[in-house]
Design a binder for this molecule. Structure first.
Ligand SMILES: [Zn+2]
Length: 125
């Protein structure tokens, strides 16, 4: 019998419910979003840090805060403007998994996303 619980169980049957990497290709989202998340996971988004490493023209600074070198990690998980957005999203959605306090000790996008998915994963008792 189909139920929400059975759908979640099937979704996470591989035992990697907290793995961002394993969830990227399973989520319901357009392909371009999945590709974007995959590049985020791989650290291959074309941000200024990556352009700079290749000696390519870049604007150096984060366009949101104008204080730090723009990197995908900074943009998503570290920038004070992004952290405000995450805080608002957590409050709006009533989902504490989105609160930055849960991942501030992480140093990679995958680590941060794993913290979110682990905290937001359904729990059965
Ligand atoms: Zn910034």
């Amino acid at each position: 019998m189909y139920s929400t619980k059975s759908a979640y169980t099937a979704q996470f049957a591989d035992g990697q419910r907290s793995s961002f990497r394993s969830l990227i290709w399973k989520i319901w989202a357009p392909g371009k979003i999945k590709m974007f998340l995959w590049f985020l996971h791989q650290g291959k988004l074309w941000c200024n840090d990556r352009l700079q490493r290749r000696g390519w023209e870049n604007g150096y600074f984060c366009p949101l805060c104008m204080r730090n070198l723009e990197s995908s990690f900074h943009l998503f998980w570290e920038c004070p403007i992004s952290l405000k957005v995450w805080n608002h999203a957590a409050a709006w959605a009533g989902c504490q998994a989105l609160n930055p306090a849960g991942w501030l000790s992480e140093t990679t996008s995958t680590g941060c996303a794993n913290r979110i998915t682990a905290a937001a994963a359904p729990r059965y008792h």
